[in-house]
Design a protein around this ligand. Structure first.
Ligand code: XLS
Ligand code: NI
Ligand code: NI
Length: 434
């Protein structure tokens, strides 16, 4: 029986660009084949439970604006929330969803009660997933909202908090494993500091490294085949977060010997907060071999906050998927809409339209990216720019040494002439596709 929350909103269909139905897909035809793969299998869209079903619409100056019939802290309401969530997954034909423990179950008074509540909801999800097409892209633990985590989880000065966090992550990994999740995410919102005056950074980093190693050990112990992902973000809620950006995370993984075990879940808004473009983060992770999954959203470029808006810029999103496709596309990863409505967007229809718009923008972006890859213009320009490295001169150079290179440069009177980087021509080229 339907909850009636979405009233008469029908299952969204692909109707093409001639349709004026705002609740239809105009660009996302899940069965369209692009570069040999269906769009649905390329994009692997996921709905984020927290923004869509748990967030009350507050901001730093005001509280709840949304009135949802499932708000409240009981098991019955958690199940009503799940019913509505799966109705929305069905309307959107969403292949995946993602959740934190705290999004889906009422907060208990103890670890034991949290675990019982989570297990009950996981069983409820499992039942629904038998008849729903929607699968779990990833699960995660909320180690940042409860006041016990105010000074961090794995990096807390109090070992009891580390223990509570580790125990909680175990239950969330169990839940993810049981539901067939394809990844497990760790975003360290409070793994950082407010002031260095009270922070032993070396110890905190070592503890965080050990915590992540325990996660990897447990993954292998239970036979979880999914990918462990760390999600970089430079700040907010901490003043400074240790997992600052892709490059910082890679250095951390390498220091603790985890670079072959853990990949990254990159988020557009977090890249912007770190002072990067999203492409920068994707290209960095791809170059380092740790590009795993993405949290798709859009940050306001002026606010300096993680505004988590739905994406709506095709040129930006095209470059996102260009880097993902160049890296071979997603394997276990996907496109999770870590995006929320604006707090004035009160109605159920806003929730549906936001996701449909996001899915359409991503489909347009991916198709533009695929067209650029198939045309090969950017790749040709790169090959031409670096062609010297494929010639004997360039090839031998890296195996040489400073003394021999110095004699060679003198002997052959090497005197390189600068060449154009062709930036404007390449920017114009991209504009032909977006
Ligand atoms: C917050 C993060 C969070 C993670 C999951 O900024 O993006 O939503 O994706 O904990
Ligand atoms: Ni975020
Ligand atoms: Ni995120």
């Amino acid at each position: 029986m339907s909850t009636g929350f979405f009233k008469d909103i029908q299952k969204a269909k692909y109707e093409g660009t001639s349709s004026s139905n705002p609740l239809s897909f105009q660009h996302y035809d899940k069965d369209e084949v692009v570069m040999g793969k269906r769009l649905e299998d390329h994009l692997r869209f996921a709905v984020a439970y927290w923004h869509s079903f748990a967030w009350p619409g507050g901001d730093p100056f005001g509280g709840q604006t949304f009135e949802r019939p499932w708000f409240g802290d009981t098991m019955d309401l958690a199940k009503l929330k799940a019913d509505v969530a799966f109705e929305m997954f069905d309307i959107l034909d969403a292949p995946y969803f993602c959740f934190h423990d705290a999004d889906v179950r009422p907060e208990g008074d103890s670890f034991a009660e949290n675990t019982r509540n989570l297990e009950e909801i996981v069983d409820y999800f499992a039942e629904k997933m038998e008849t729903s097409k929607t699968k779990l892209l990833w699960g995660t633990a909320n180690l940042f909202s409860h006041r016990r985590y105010m000074s961090g989880a794995a990096t807390n000065p109090d070992p009891e908090v580390f223990a509570f966090a580790a125990a909680t992550v175990k239950t969330c990994m169990d839940a993810t494993h049981k539901l067939g999740g394809e990844n497990y995410v760790l975003w360290g919102g409070r793994e950082g500091y407010e002031t260095l005056l009270n922070t032993d950074m070396g110890r905190e980093l070592d503890n965080m490294g050990r915590f992540l190693s325990m996660v990897v050990e447990y993954k292998h112990k239970i036979g979880f085949k999914g990918t462990i992902l760390v999600e970089p973000k430079p700040q907010e809620p901490s003043k400074h977060q240790y997992d600052f950006d892709a490059a910082t995370c890679f250095g951390f993984l390498q220091k603790y010997g985890l670079e072959n075990e853990v990949k990254l879940n990159l988020e557009q808004g977090h890249a912007i907060l770190a002072g990067h473009s999203f492409e920068h983060e994707l290209a960095t992770a791809a170059a380092l071999g740790v590009l795993g999954s993405i949290d798709m959203n859009r940050n306001d470029y002026q606010s300096g906050w993680d505004t988590d808006q739905f994406p709506n810029s095709v040129p930006e999103v095209a470059l996102t998927y260009y880097h993902i496709l160049k890296d071979g596309g997603f394997t276990t990863g996907g496109t999770n809409f870590d995006a929320k409505l604006r707090r004035q967007s009160l109605d159920p229809v806003d929730l549906i339209a936001a996701h449909i718009g996001g899915m359409d923008v991503c489909a347009r972006g991916l198709k533009a990216a695929a067209a650029m890859i198939e045309d090969g213009g950017l790749e040709d320009a790169l090959n031409e720019r670096y062609a010297g490295w494929d010639q004997p001169f360039g090839g031998d150079l890296l195996g040489s040494n400073l003394e021999d290179i110095a004699s060679q440069v003198a002997r052959e009177e090497i005197n390189p002439a600068p060449k154009s980087g062709r930036q404007e021509i390449l920017e114009n080229y991209v504009n032909r596709f977006v």
